[in-house]
Design a protein around this ligand. Structure first.
Ligand code: ADP
Ligand code: MG
Length: 539
């Protein structure tokens, strides 16, 4: 039988609540996520017990129900899960839930920088007191012969346990909402919070007469059971206003850490900031955050989709997170998966890969610039495009231009344009000499060029209007011009004396038909310095 009992929870700090409230100030809404998660846990525990044969009763329609009563100022989260006996309340609520709160406090009370704490510490049950002045539990355990129990507390260290009123298995958590949290006694507010955190929770959640969640999101299913349409439909569910993604990766790892998810490659726009913060992080289908910085490598943040891992610690500060070994492993794994997927697409369908390259090239280059491991894989499938819109891998391209575009030091010189319109005369004149010109006019290409030069030996890249073009050794042919060497020399000297600037270099074309009979150019390195000064070194 249930003994009527009043007691004191054994926590040494009397007044932990105001401090916790202060710490979590901006995130009060997570109380609902925590209570709904607990309700779902309770239902799933019952399902498991039933499947193990430890519960012989009817399961019925398993669900969680959220309701509110504006007049009575209550919010109630109900479930028909395992329920609790009075002893279990003492153990799980008085001891475990409150000790979680105590632990939180002990960890952070001296930290002094509340805003550094990730806003989703798993305070669990105790978070109810962020919005409620009094919390009541009405519960009936699934165990045979169990008695209904009731618990109530005002969030201080005192509680009371009495006989409960529930006649059906399960639990009601009733929040008597505090005056300063009345905003939560609102249909739209509650529905929004539920849609944010509980949208993909695994048990049906009923609110306002309807089920608000998709209990079986695709990342929780096996890739073998899914068609392209399913992935596309899920993408639309996540980002209703976006264009279809180009392709996707289904992540599914269970060793050495647990991770599932689907990452989509969107059509990237030239403004990369539009694409950040689109990945959502879940832990067992509970939404945690869409601020995945520090959890996902910077360049992968351009992708969209969902990552779900119970192994990412959510209750710690960001600096701790960066050092966490699981987070590092997860980063490495995702990076590898993404590189493998791209490599697979490249090998399986070169033409399709080329067609998509204008959309995914930016992403690949970002990865190569930012991450050495990614670079190692991507160098074999990253493509460059010349002014005739032909694509080649770096190695293919090196071999292609090597016979005509080698300098005196034996380096292969790749010519490129950063502005095909403005530099057209230079492009045309390079082409007449039998040279090829790449289009490297994307927002990350100056960084990409630096990366290629530092990684590829005996390869240098020069803009088509730099002073290199006449220093190349054309191994295959020599071009005879209309001016003889003496005439060319005189013309060059005249320009040099007239301009009188040592930084400039003058060349006289050997071509009879060249539109640029004389070109005045800056050395490549000087132009890059000038460009960098203009942008302050940023891409
Ligand atoms: P956690 O969920 O991380 O264990 P909480 O503070 O959220 O921590 O909850 C503490 C404990 O209280 C749970 O582990 C569970 O045993 C019990 N509990 C909370 N809510 C319910 C519920 N709706 N039904 C059954 N048990 C519950
Ligand atoms: Mg919990």
């Amino acid at each position: 039988t249930v003994t009527e009992e009043k007691g004191t929870i054994s926590i040494h700090t009397e007044n932990i609540f105001p401090i916790i409230k202060k710490f979590l100030y901006s995130d009060h809404e997570i109380f609902l996520r925590e209570l709904v998660s607990n309700a779902i846990d309770a239902v799933q525990k019952l399902k498991r017990l039933s499947s193990l044969g430890e519960y012989g009763g009817e399961l019925g329609e398993l669900k969680v129900k959220v309701s509110f009563d504006e007049a009575a100022k209550t919010i109630t989260v109900s479930d028909n899960g395992i329920g609790m006996t009075a002893d279990e309340i003492k153990k799980y609520i008085n001891q475990i839930a409150f000790s979680g709160a105590k632990e939180f406090l002990e960890k952070y009370k001296d930290a002094g920088e509340g805003n550094q704490i990730i806003g989703n510490f798993g305070l669990g049950f105790y978070s109810a007191f962020m919005v409620a002045e009094r919390v009541e539990i009405q519960t009936l355990s699934f165990r045979e012969g169990a008695q209904a129990a009731r618990w109530a507390s005002e969030g201080n260290t005192e509680f009371e346990i009495t006989k409960g009123e529930r006649t059906e298995r399960g639990t009601d958590i009733i929040l008597h909402v505090a005056e300063d949290s009345k905003e939560f006694l609102d249909k739209f507010r509650l529905e929004n919070i539920l849609k944010k955190y509980s949208r993909f929770m695994p048990i049906a959640i009923e609110f306002d007469g309807k089920v608000i969640n998709n209990t079986a999101p695709i990342w929780a299913k096996s890739p073998n059971d899914l068609k392209d349409e399913d992935y596309l439909a899920f993408y639309k569910e996540l980002y209703p206003f976006s264009e279809d993604p180009l392709f996707w990766i289904h992540l599914n790892v269970d060793y050495p850490f647990n991770l599932t998810g689907v990452l989509y490659f969107p059509k990237l726009k030239n403004d990369l900031s539009l694409h950040r913060e689109k990945i959502q992080l879940y832990s067992r289908q509970v939404f945690i955050t869409d601020e995945v910085k520090d959890i996902v490598p910077e360049f992968l943040m351009l992708l969209h989709g969902v990552i779900d891992s119970p192994d990412i610690p959510l209750n710690v500060s960001r600096s701790y997170l960066q050092a966490d070994s699981n987070v590092k492993k997860i980063n490495t794994h995702i990076t590898k998966k993404v590189a493998d997927k791209l490599s697979e697409l490249f090998k399986a369908d070169r033409k399709g890969f080329e067609e998509k390259f204008d959309d995914i090239g930016l992403f690949i280059k970002y990865g190569m610039v930012a991450d050495d491991k990614f670079y190692e894989k991507a160098k074999d499938f990253v493509l460059v495009k010349n002014t005739d819109n032909q694509y080649a891998t770096i190695e293919e391209y090196r071999q292609k231009v090597e016979p005509v575009q080698t300098d005196k030091e034996g380096s292969v010189v790749m010519l490129y344009t950063t502005d095909p319109g403005k530099q057209d005369t230079f492009i045309q004149s390079a082409k007449k000499r039998g040279y090829d010109v790449l289009q490297l006019n994307g927002i990350l290409d100056s960084h990409f060029i630096n990366t290629l030069e530092s990684k590829f030996e005996k390869v240098s890249l020069k803009r088509v209007d730099s002073d290199t073009i006449d220093k190349l050794i054309n191994k295959e042919e020599t071009i005879s011009g209309i001016l003889n060497d003496e005439e060319k020399k005189n013309l060059k000297e005249w320009f040099e004396q007239t301009l009188n600037d040592k930084n400039l270099s003058i060349s006289v074309s050997p071509l009879p038909t060249d539109e640029l009979p004389v070109t005045i150019t800056l050395p490549e390195f000087m132009r890059r310095m000038q460009d960098m000064a203009k942008t302050g070194g940023n891409p």
